[in-house]
Write a protein that binds this ligand. Structure first.
Ligand code: FES
Ligand code: MG
Length: 601
């Protein structure tokens, strides 16, 4: 048989002089026994020995979509086009599943799985015969988990976003995913809609396959993957069902094969300059408050120094250019049609604000990729000099309440600004009495209790919601006022907390506070009625309590066994709590960051 004859002739020589990593499995001259064993089982579904021993790049497709992960489920289709791209460029595709992370249904919170998916992917990328990998990303934590793993292992890697959903509508009004949840909850709490209407209202936020169509954490992280250079230019914003999405999948498959031949690795791309571009671009797009957590985690895993002070110092003074919910009005389809991320980066580049020479996955620099790109709709993507808002970045706060917390300034509404920040005697600062909630259950049970002392000058505090308190850190700091205040038109109060908040939230909360209450931070000793002062100019948040009183309360708390947190429900929750750092440190697994470039070890 012809097939058998060529089988006996042995494999074709490698295409390039350089032996690829997969040859350690499939072409190991020193250990034919192991090579035979490694090859054997891949033959059982129809791979041939010639293919496996050809020396062609073996490319992983890290499949993050499934029925249980609907945001990324369209990747089940897109992966076929990725495969075709890989094959047409002369590579061999191995698709494999990653641990699912579905933001909207994983209990207690999807962020608990970012580090778990990271660990799983590191082991796969390190331990199997892969020369490069296409990371299928989308829903919030799927992108950072994938990029953190690519950073640790450091084999050539490229992201393919699943793409945002089409625009949702309620009657004739845009209904952005996430946004409809917050708005629906307010309407429901105020008694303006019933339960059925509420569920129908929220469902408008999911009109097609794809991830959230607002600039929430999913759109943000995929935009920043592209900014970093880890995804093809122009790829992040393409809506999931558009034909360009499938075409992009094909091109991503082709590109990764070229990246393997060129040995272009994450460490060549994810440099300090690239991270600076990510911080600056995040301001221009009005990106999620989860971005600093995830971007700082990636930086730690690739060994680049990056801190929350960098976010404030490099990012705060940039303008908001993209008019997309929650900071603006529109959704992903307008964002894409107006030119997408390259049009926004071109504005920053022309203004001299990007690090132009940062290398990207296609072998070109950021400048080469985005120069000359333009906005097709100035209502959606604004010129650098006519932004939606100047100084639109995050502020990094510290003081006697915590060592670190951030606030997203571009979502401060005019009403909030006027009420809390435009005091001529004390501009950009406010004080108030706190009402303290121990986790989301406590908030929901006490919010509308008349005994809970909330008025329109209160500051709502959420604690017990950090990485240890609520394993993974809950997205609960954006709290709406009680129904009686909502009915009076008080739609928002200042919120502070040691948890996170959804990237789709338009609340200007002070969040990600570290150390959290469960790690011994001063949030733990706060009581209803204590006064707090927030000064955004000085980047300070302070408690009006004498140091002795703070000490005394800590001693009392300590005598009662410390700040109490719910018991672990699963083994991973216990391991996560033992090994994980605070939000200010990217919530990374402390012992994982010393493992760098493991494929080169
Ligand atoms: Fe998956 Fe928003 S819930 S992207
Ligand atoms: Mg979220």
């Amino acid at each position: 048989e012809k097939k058998l004859a060529s089988f006996k002739d042995g494999p074709a020589p490698p295409r390039q002089g350089r032996k690829l990593r997969s040859a350690q499995w499939f072409n190991n001259e020193n250990n034919p026994g192991m090579t035979a064993l490694y090859i054997e089982r891949y033959l059982n579904y129809g791979m041939t020995r010639e293919e496996l021993m050809s020396g062609k790049p073996v490319i992983g497709i890290a499949q993050s979509g499934s029925d249980i992960a609907p945001c990324n489920r369209h990747h089940l289709e897109l992966a076929k086009r990725v495969r075709e791209g890989i094959r047409s460029a002369g590579g061999i595709a191995f698709e494999f599943p990653t641990h699912p992370i579905q933001e909207s249904s994983r209990r207690p919170t999807a962020c608990l799985d970012r580090n778990l998916a990271y660990l799983g992917l590191v082991e796969i990328l390190y331990a199997y015969p892969l020369d490069g990998v296409v990371l299928l990303t989308g829903c919030d934590k799927t992108t950072p988990a994938a990029l953190m793993a690519a950073a640790t292992v450091n084999i050539p890697a490229i992201c393919l976003n699943v793409g945002p959903m089409l625009n949702g509508y309620m009657k004739d009004e845009l209904a952005g995913s996430g946004m409809v949840v917050w708005k629906g909850r307010e309407l429901y709490a105020a008694g303006k809609i019933n339960r059925e209407e509420f569920i129908d209202y929220v469902s408008r936020g999911a009109p097609s396959v794809g991830h959230c169509n607002t600039m929430g954490t999913a759109s943000t992280m995929n935009a920043l993957a592209e900014t970093l250079g880890m995804a093809l230019p122009g790829s992040a914003a393409i809506p999931a069902p558009y034909r360009e999405r499938g075409q992009c999948a094909y091109e991503t498959g082709e590109r990764i094969v070229e990246m393997v031949h060129a040995d272009r690795k994450p460490s060549d791309i994810m440099t300090r300059e690239a991270f600076e571009n990510a911080i600056i671009t995040n301001t221009a797009i009005g990106g999620s408050t989860n971005a600093p957590i995830h971007i700082n985690a990636m930086a730690k895993h690739i060994g680049v120094e990056l801190s929350l002070d960098d976010w404030d110092q490099l990012g705060f003074h940039f303008p908001l250019l993209l008019n997309m919910q929650p900071a603006g009005e529109f959704l992903a389809e307008e964002y894409f049609r107006a030119g997408g991320l390259p049009a926004i980066m071109a504005e920053l580049l022309e203004a001299g604000k990007l690090r132009p020479r940062a290398l990207t996955c296609n072998g070109k620099t950021v400048e080469e990729n985005v120069r000359g790109q333009q906005s097709w709709n100035r209502k959606i993507i604004r010129p650098y000099n006519e932004p939606l808002m100047a100084d639109a970045g995050f502020v990094h706060l510290r003081g006697t309440l915590f060592n670190s917390a951030i606030m997203k300034t571009c979502v401060i509404s005019p009403a909030f600004r006027q009420k809390f920040l435009e005091n001529p005697n004390d501009p950009n600062a406010f004080e108030g009495m706190v009402v303290v909630f121990d986790g989301p259950e406590d908030y929901h049970s006490r919010l509308d209790d008349p005994a809970t002392p909330i008025d329109d000058t209160s500051i709502l505090v959420m604690r017990g919601a950090g990485p240890l308190g609520y394993p993974g850190a809950a997205e609960v700091v954006n709290m709406h006022p009680p129904a009686r205040l909502l009915r009076q038109g008080v739609n928002s109060l200042p919120c502070i907390g040691d948890g996170r908040q959804s990237g789709t939230s338009g609340s200007p909360s002070i969040l990600n506070a570290s150390p959290e209450a469960a790690a011994g931070g001063n949030l733990a000793i706060l009581r209803d009625g204590d006064r707090i002062r927030v000064d955004l100019t000085k980047r300070q948040v302070d408690i009006f309590l004498a140091p002795e009183e703070i000490e005394r309360r800590h001693a009392i708390l300590h005598a009662h066994g410390g700040y109490s947190v719910p018991e672990n429900q699963t083994p991973w929750q216990e391991i996560f709590r033992r090994e994980t750092d605070q939000l200010s440190e990217g919530m990374v697994l402390r012992d994982a960051v010393k493992y760098q470039r493991v494929a080169q070890r």
